[in-house]
Design a protein around this ligand. Structure first.
Ligand SMILES: *Cc1c(COP(=O)(O)O)cnc(C)c1O
Length: 202
């Protein structure tokens, strides 16, 4: 990159380590919410999202905000109940109004947003079963891995399309930094996010 907002050696050093830990290509963001919103903003309009009812409150407030402007619809689930979560996913996929976007493009078939354990209620999701079930419905899956960290859980290896972090929390660990990241092994999504990060300045 020729300009610091597009990438720079300081970010690259962090991204190399985090990418190795999670098993994909990492992109650093200015905060966890910058990472969360960058991923959700890549969805075709109107996006369809299934999200834990006890997901991080910033994530839920972001979803309510964009939903109120017609950019997506979302439904909340208890992610500790795999069958009920996949039932809601199936209903979401059945609703008319499939957004236009490249066939197989990220989120075109809907998005299952997972967080496990959830902040702050610590609900635990069966990631392999939910990733497999959502993929069978044509949905993509993102896991907010903030609370587990890659030392305890590697969602990409369990089937997730992308991992999101608030690096403000466990990853940095000393309450002295605000930072976020997305990690994915999908080159299409990494490209979308890298472009978004440059354009939105996050
Ligand atoms: C804190 C947190 C976020 C948001 O991260 P910030 O760095 O505060 O913007 C997102 N997800 C989870 C699970 C969090 O705990």
């Amino acid at each position: 990159p020729v300009y610091g907002r597009d990438g720079n050696p300081t970010w690259a050093a962090l991204e190399e380590v985090l990418g190795a830990l999670e098993g994909g290509r990492a992109l650093a963001f200015a905060s966890g919410m910058a990472a969360v919103s960058a991923v959700l903003e890549t969805l075709p309009i109107p996006g369809r999202v299934v999200v834990p009812g006890d997901a991080y409150n910033g994530t839920r407030r972001f979803l309510s905000d964009v939903a109120s402007r017609g950019r997506l619809r979302f439904r909340t689930v208890d992610v500790s109940d795999t069958a009920a979560t996949l039932r809601v996913c199936a209903e979401m996929c059945d609703t008319p109004g499939r957004p236009s976007g490249p066939e197989g493009g990220f989120g075109t078939g809907g998005l299952l947003w997972l967080e496990s354990p959830t902040n702050p209620l610590l609900s635990v999701a069966d990631l392999p079963a939910l990733c497999e079930g959502a993929h069978a419905l044509g949905m993509d899956v993102v896991v907010d891995n903030t609370f587990a960290s890659p030392l305890l859980q590697r969602p990409l290896a369990l089937g997730a399309d992308a991992v999101v972090h608030s690096a403000t929390k466990i990853l940095s660990g000393h309450s002295d930094v605000v930072m976020g990241a997305v990690v994915t092994a999908r080159p299409d999504l990494a490209g979308l996010l890298e472009r978004r990060r440059s354009l939105h300045g996050a």
